[in-house]
Ligand binder design. Structure first.
Ligand SMILES: NC(=O)c1ccc[n+]([C@@H]2O[C@H](COP(=O)([O-])OP(=O)(O)OC[C@H]3O[C@@H](n4cnc5c(N)ncnc54)[C@H](O)[C@@H]3O)[C@@H](O)[C@H]2O)c1
Length: 427
C-alpha cells in the first residue's frame, strides 16, 4: 500500500486533548501550514478556545487568534470533521488509587479507531508505561476501525514541554520519535520534523515510552535526594542552599536540584509510578528508587507544616487560631498549574490544624476554579494581623521586597529571600 506523504502541509491533523501539551502542539502545527482540529471534550475549555482565550501559559490569546486565522478549529469530537490524516493523542494519564489509569487513552483510541482510514497515522504523546502504544492502543485501534496492523501507521513521541520555560520550548527541544514499524517511524519523524528543530528516532515505541519515564524519574529521585538532605542539613546546622550552590560550581558530574515543599504537576508525582507499576507487573520487583523518592517527596508538606508549627511555637502561638499567608498555589514558579501541587497539601494540613489560611498567587486568575475552602487575595489586600507567611512558589510576579517587609515571620521553602535557611530561621 502507498502511504500518503504525511508531512505535506495539505494533511489534516487532529490533536485530541487541548491541554498543556495538545494546545501548543496544535498551534505550532498551524504555524507550519497544517489544517488542525483541536479536539477538546471539556465544555469550558472548548468555549475558551472558541473565544480565543488560552488557559495555557505557552500560548497567548494573540497566538491562539493567529492560529484560528490560519485554520485552527476547536471541536468537541472527531465525528463532525473531515477525516484526519494524522491524529495526535495528548490526553491525561493519571493515577487512580496509585495505579496507572489508561482510561483516557482507551477512549481517545476508540474515538480515533471509529474514524480511522487506511494510510492515516496515529501518534500517542501522553506519558505512559512502555508497551502502551503497541500492546494497549494498537488492538483498540484495529478493533474500532476494522483495519489490520500495517494498514495504518502508529507511533509514539513523548512530549517534553516545560510550561513557562523561557529558554526551551516545543520547537528547540529535541523530540524523541518511534513507530511500530519502519513506515510508521518515517511518518512520525516527518510530521514532527516539520514542527521542531530536531527529531531523535529510537528503535521501538517502548524505548520512547521509557525514555520519557527515565527523564522524569531522574528528576523525581534527585529532588528527593536534595529534599532529604535538606532535612539532615537543618539538623546539622548547615545551610543546604549554600551547599547546593557550591556543589553546582562543579562543571561536570553534578546537576543542580533544589529542595522545596514537595513535587507537583501532572508529571513528577505520577510518571515514576507508571514505571514502578509496570516493573512490578513484569518482574515482580519493587522499583526501590521510585518508592523511596515518592515517600520522601510526598512527606515534604508534612515537614513544612512541622516547621510552621515550630516557628509559631517560638512565639508562644499555636497553629490553631493563627492567621497564615500561603504564598503560591501553583506547583512551580511562573506557572498557573496547581494540579497535585504540594501547596495544596500544606494549606489543607494547616486548615485541618485550625489555622486561618489566606492564599496569594498572582499567576492564578480569579476566574480559575480553586480547590474547596481556598480563596485568592492579592498580597497588599491581606487582612492583618498575620502570624506567619509561608513561601511555597517562587513566582517572578511576587514582589519579594514588599513581602519581606509585610510579614513579621516568614518560612521560605524556596530560598527566594536568600536570608533564611530551609528551617525559616537565620543561621
Ligand atoms: N503538562 C505538562 O507539562 C506535560 C509535559 C509532558 C507530558 N505531559 C503528558 O501529556 C499528557 C497530557 O497532559 P496535559 O498536561 O496536556 O493534560 P491536560 O489535562 O492539561 O489536557 C488534557 C486534555 O485532554 C482532554 N481530553 C481527555 N480525553 C479526551 C477525549 N477523549 N477527547 C477530547 N479531549 C479529551 C481533557 O479534557 C483535557 O483538556 C499527559 O500524559 C501528561 O503526563 C504533560
Amino acid at each position: 500500500m502507498i502511504m500518503p506523504q504525511l508531512s505535506e502541509r495539505s494533511a489534516v491533523v487532529a490533536v485530541i486533548g487541548q491541554g498543556y501539551v495538545g494546545l501548543p502542539l496544535a498551534v505550532r502545527a498551524t504555524a507550519v501550514g497544517f489544517k488542525v482540529y483541536g479536539v477538546e471534550r471539556d465544555q469550558s475549555r472548548l468555549a475558551a478556545l472558541r473565544s480565543c482565550h488560552s488557559f495555557v501559559e505557552d500560548v497567548t490569546d494573540e497566538e491562539l487568534e493567529e492560529a484560528v486565522g490560519r485554520g485552527y478549529e476547536a471541536v468537541p469530537s472527531l465525528r463532525d470533521i473531515q477525516s484526519p490524516d494524522i491524529f495526535v493523542i495528548s490526553v491525561p494519564t493519571p493515577l487512580r488509587d496509585g495505579l496507572p489509569d489508561l482510561g483516557f487513552i482507551r477512549e481517545a483510541a476508540e474515538d480515533v479507531g471509529s474514524v480511522l482510514t487506511p494510510g492515516a497515522c496515529v501518534i500517542l504523546e501522553s506519558t505512559t508505561y512502555p508497551g502502551t502504544t503497541e500492546e494497549f492502543m494498537l488492538p483498540i485501534l484495529c478493533e474500532h476501525s476494522g483495519l489490520r496492523r500495517g494498514q495504518f501507521l502508529l507511533g509514539y513521541s513523548p512530549e517534553r514541554i516545560d510550561p513557562g520555560n523561557p529558554k526551551f520550548d516545543l520547537v528547540n527541544t529535541p523530540k524523541v520519535v518511534a513507530g511500530i514499524d519502519e513506515a510508521s517511524l518515517d511518518a512520525v519523524a516527518a510530521f514532527f520534523g516539520a514542527l521542531v528543530d530536531q527529531v531523535v528516532p529510537v528503535a521501538t515505541c517502548a524505548e520512547a515510552e521509557m525514555t520519557k519515564l527515565l527523564e522524569n524519574t531522574f528528576r523525581h529521585v534527585n529532588i528527593a535526594l536534595v529534599n532529604e538532605l535538606a532535612r539532615f542539613a537543618a539538623d546539622l546546622g548547615v545551610d543546604i542552599w549554600r551547599v547546593v550552590d557550591a556543589a553546582a560550581t562543579k562543571p561536570f558530574g553534578f546537576m543542580k536540584f533544589t529542595p522545596g515543599p514537595g513535587v507537583g504537576g501532572h508529571c513528577l508525582p505520577v510518571d515514576p509510578s507508571y514505571l514502578a507499576w509496570q516493573v512490578r507487573q513484569r518482574s515482580g520487583q519493587p522499583f526501590r528508587f521510585v518508592e523511596l523518592a515518592n515517600d520522601i517527596n510526598d512527606h515534604m508538606p508534612d515537614y513544612v507544616v512541622e516547621r510552621v508549627t515550630a516557628m509559631l511555637n517560638d512565639e508562644l502561638k499555636s497553629v490553631k487560631g493563627s492567621h497564615i499567608v500561603a504564598l503560591g498555589l501553583a506547583y512551580k514558579a511562573n506557572s498557573s498549574d496547581w494540579r497535585e501541587s504540594p501547596s495544596l497539601a500544606v494549606i489543607r494540613k494547616l486548615q485541618a490544624l485550625g489555622a486561618e489560611v489566606t492564599l496569594c498567587d498572582p499567576m492564578i486568575s480569579e476566574s480559575t476554579p480553586l480547590p474547596k475552602g481556598t480563596a485568592l487575595t492579592a498580597v497588599d489586600k491581606v487582612d492583618q494581623p498575620v502570624d506567619l507567611a509561608v513561601i511555597l512558589t517562587a513566582h517572578d510576579l511576587f514582589d519579594w521586597d514588599r513581602i519581606a517587609k509585610a510579614f513579621p515571620k516568614i518560612l521560605d521553602t524556596r530560598n527566594v529571600l536568600h536570608s533564611r535557611h530551609f528551617l525559616g530561621e537565620r543561621l
